[in-house]
Design a protein around this ligand. Structure first.
Ligand SMILES: [Zn+2]
Length: 891
């Protein structure tokens, strides 16, 4: 899965791709709520998570459903075939949340069934003996808030685009059909869905039939997944879709979008065939399923979800050619496709091993990047990830761990980018050929089954003949990475290069001293010499005899170690590195060093790199470095470098210029706006112009009311309006949102609401703004509804608090409790005490404590008196030794 909550994080990781990774949608919000509701302390047994026990082996699940698009409900039957495992089975327990169950039948006599909030429990008259095949058939219906998501005109989506989609990962399947809803069981499945005749149904596996029923006017579409997979990978997408088709070898490929978005489908679909061909050759195992469909849906709850043979994608991955190479869908397409092997064919046994899904998908995504865009582009991607990982604060969790509160915690930077880095390091140690053989064996040995990290280690040890205990222990079962302080010196008399390496990471029972092979490359008149070393001490010196002093000392030239390295080579060495066309990493590191130097000479070097380096990544980093230096010459260098044919670099140069609050910067953005055609770059100028008070209101109004793909220019205008912070914008913005609301993606629209609130926050009369925002708290688009609630919090009008209170009360304990929690948060936000008030509170708390201490003393005294058979003076048993005249203010 690709999540939106990671989007911001990965945006920092330079070239993670523009596809938008994600899970900040509906289910993500629910997870947040779960974490606060079920927080278990680190010592609690609930804090440790294991795969659930299995009493029965599920063999097959057949789902037959009919959605009601008007009432947004779904009902039907689920027939589950199973065999008891080991012991006679008295009860079959299935996961089922918020399902109405009207009937349960079985091949075995049953005495009763119970529906609890979380489970459906079927009790058999006689225990079913192990290995006897049996079935239960459940008739159920649901008005789901998870698991199935409707997108209909009543909710504000386009009429001709009506559709629904499912989301299984991590534990949503149980919200629309009963099942064993954990990854550690695999079974075959079939889905039959009854829809109006003009609609399309997409599901896992092979299309068996499409039959029309004249009585109901519906058609039944029957799909069959004939090799086993886990419940979270069962999918259903149904509605109005248009389709593109292709073929890779014998595998049919299809790409679906809602009809109104079909024009852009080809842009995102175009590399699918190429990705599959590359993966089949690289992985060495043919694509494991009978077909591969990709379906774009509105307001998806993630960036992408790798359902078996039928991936769901966010429609925000679609893009127009106008954005040039700034946007593509390659990283998303390749990530989800890689999951078809890693995640779907072999599946982590439980979420503690989720890196076996996500780390692999992220790693193979990069391999495809390398295949398509060259090795330098791939190295730049790993460079970005390494900077992100080594820049994380509080990095004390291991990749594989059981001490988490909710599963969504596991879908973070440890599983994705760090997981991909672990595979990169493994490959470096094993070599390409052996690495490939290990991965192929791992897939072949465990196909259609579950895996743990130990299964991978076992294959690697078997094929390499080596122990990988330490590698797995330090990188997967312990946290962090080496932090290295490296110093270099040359002794001309002995012709020895000395390299001192110190591991400075804070050691604990979670973070070890690392043990790793490393290479140092010396370049000079003598040519290129690679010297291998093994780092395992906290501090160690290494000596290397060379013919003459090296011109370049490059640590880890093949980039095989995830580490934070502090190494400051002499200036002449940096120049040589920056000029080395064979070594993109060396050039990136040289740019990083120059970024920390304020000299004019350094600026000149960065400017040269920005305009002439062969790798776009080095050009991007040079622009960022100039922005970071933030001197007059740095701005001049950027202003001289706007003529960039590569749109990604042009975008970065203008973003860097926008970092300077300067009339020259403003003039450059205006000039760009007049000639630039790329909306992604135009948006930078529009946003930045908002930060200047002399911004021409007419220009901003023009962009606010402009028409562009996904309304991106109007969204940029909203950012500018926010920066202007002028209440005069409230009315025109409200009007724009009212009239053009349907043109915005839901989250951009929600940002518009937030901006209205922000502009109105200090107005003496906020009632009209409040009323405007309250109108959207009933929106059927969840991002809009939640955006409106947050905006009301931002508005900070105490009268809005009453409305929010009512809103929360009506929803608590219902499936809408996420919205209720947001409302409570919003209320809290504007109840947060002002500074003076909090001092008063502190004073009160201090007095309370003093009071308690005095009471303790008094009690002790009283006991002594009692023991002596005396009463204290006054004889009162509940004295109030301190009276406070100050009371905390509770507004
Ligand atoms: Zn993924």
């Amino acid at each position: 899965m690709m999540r939106t909550s990671l989007l911001l994080l990965f945006a920092l990781a330079l070239s993670w791709g523009a596809a938008g990774i994600g899970h900040a949608g509906e289910s993500g919000e629910i997870e947040c709520l779960k974490s606060s509701a079920f927080f278990a302390g680190p010592d609690s047994p609930d804090h440790f998570k294991y795969a659930p026990e299995r009493d029965a082996d599920i063999l097959h699940l057949a789902l037959d459903v009919t959605p009601d698009f008007t009432n947004r409900t779904i009902g039907g039957t689920t027939r589950i075939t199973f065999k008891p495992l080991v012991k006679p089975l008295e009860e079959l327990k299935l996961d089922a949340v918020d399902l109405t169950v009207s009937r349960v039948e079985s091949s075995e006599p049953i005495t009763a069934y119970q529906v609890t909030g979380e489970k459906l429990v079927v009790t058999f008259a006689q225990p079913i003996p192990p290995d006897r095949e049996a079935w239960v058939e459940v008739t159920h219906s649901a008005e789901p808030t998870e698991g199935i998501y409707f997108r209909t005109p009543e909710m504000g989506y386009l009429d001709g685009d009506t559709h629904l989609f499912s989301q299984g990962e991590e534990t949503e399947a149980r919200h629309w059909f009963p099942c064993f809803d954990s990854p550690n069981d695999k079974f075959t499945s079939e889905v039959t869905c009854h829809v109006p005749t003009g609609m399309t149904v997409i599901s896992n596996g092979r299309l068996v039939s499409e039959t029309e029923d004249t009585a109901t006017g519906l058609k039944a579409v029957h799909w069959s997944q004939e090799t086993p997979h886990s419940s979270y990978l069962i999918t259903l997408a149904a509605g109005y879709f248009k389709k593109l088709e292709d073929r890779q070898g014998d595998t049919p490929l299809a790409f679906f979008t809602p009809p109104s978005e079909f024009e852009e489908a080809g842009n995102s679909f175009r590399d699918t065939k190429d990705v599959m061909a590359f993966f089949e050759q690289e992985i060495g195992v043919p694509f494991p399923w009978v077909k591969y469909d990709q379906v774009c849906v509105n307001d998806f709850v993630a960036g992408g979800m790798e359902n078996t043979s039928a991936t769901t994608l966010t429609d925000s991955t679609l893009f127009t050619e106008a954005t040039e190479n700034i946007r593509d869908s390659d990283s998303l397409i390749s990530h989800e496709m890689a999951h078809q092997w890693f995640g779907d064919l072999v599946t982590c046994k439980d979420w503690s091993h989720i890196w076996l899904n996500e780390g692999f998908a992220t790693y193979y995504e990069s391999l495809y990047n390398g295949q398509k865009n060259g090795r330098d582009a791939m190295l730049y991607e790993f460079y970005g990830r390494a900077r992100m990982i080594t820049g994380m604060s509080d990095d004390v969790n291991s990749i594989v761990r059981r001490n988490y509160d909710n599963t969504s915690e596991m879908f973070g930077y440890l599983a994705y980018p760090k997981g991909s880095w672990v595979l990169r390091m493994l490959r470096a140690q094993l070599g390409d050929e052996l690495f490939r053989r290990c991965i192929k064996t791992y897939l072949e040995r465990h196909h259609h089954a579950n895996v743990t990290t130990e299964d991978l280690r076992a294959v690697i040890e078997e094929l390499s003949g080596n122990s990988y205990d330490q590698f797995f222990d330090q990188w997967l079962y312990h946290a962090h990475h080496p932090e290295l302080e490296v110093r270099y010196s040359w002794d001309e008399k002995t012709k020895l290069a000395r390299i001192s390496i110190q591991q400075t990471q804070k050691l604990s029972d979670r973070v070890l001293l690392f043990n790793f092979p490393w290479t140092i490359r010396f370049k000079g008149k003598f040519g290129t010499e690679d010297r291998a070393l093994h780092v395992k001490q906290k501090e160690e010196d290494f000596y290397f005899p060379l013919e003459s002093a090296p011109e370049i000392v490059r640590l880890d030239p093949d980039y095989t170690l995830l580490a934070k390295v502090n190494f400051d080579p002499p200036g002449a060495m940096l120049d040589a590195e920056l000029a080395d066309s064979t070594d993109v990493l060396g050039r990136l590191l040289a740019v990083e060093q120059l970024a920390g130097k304020q000299s004019r000479e350094g600026v000149e070097k960065l400017k040269r790199a920005l305009n002439s380096d062969a790798c776009f990544g080095v050009r991007l980093e040079s622009a960022k470095a100039l922005r970071g230096i933030h001197s007059e010459p740095a701005l001049e260098a950027l202003l001289d470098s706007t003529n960039q044919p590569d749109a990604r670099v042009r975008e970065q140069v203008y973003a860097a210029i926008a970092g300077f609050y300067d009339p020259k910067s403003r003039a450059a953005q205006l000039a760009m706006l007049a000639r630039e055609k790329n909306p992604a770059i135009q948006s930078i100028a529009i946003r930045e112009l908002g930060t200047y008070p002399e911004m021409d209101r007419a220009v901003l109004t023009q962009y606010l009311n402009s028409t562009s793909y996904r309304n991106s220019l109007a969204s940029a205008a909203i950012s500018a309006i926010r920066a202007q912070d002028d209440p005069a914008w409230i009315k025109p913005l409200q009007q724009n949102l009212l009239q053009r609301g349907a043109d915005y993606p839901s989250r951009e629209f929600a940002r518009g609401l937030s901006t209205v609130a922000y502009l109105g926050r200090d107005q003496p009369d906020r009632s009209a703004t409040e009323e405007f925002l309250l109108g959207y708290t009933g929106s059927k688009k969840r991002p809009v509804r939640l955006g409106a609630i947050e905006a009301l919090g931002e508005l900070g009008d105490p009268r809005a608090s009453a409305a929010l209170e009512k809103f929360a009360l009506a929803r608590e304990g219902t499936p809408e409790q996420t919205a209720a929690a947001r409302a409570r948060e919003a209320i809290e936000n504007f109840r947060r005490p002002v500074e003076g008030l909090s001092n008063l509170q502190k004073e009160f708390l201090d007095l309370q404590k003093e009071n308690r201490d005095l009471r303790k003393d008094f009690d002790a005294l009283q006991k002594k008196f009692d023991a002596l058979g005396q009463k204290p003076a006054g004889g009162k048993k509940s004295p109030s030794p301190v009276k406070t005249s100050k009371q905390p203010s509770t507004s």
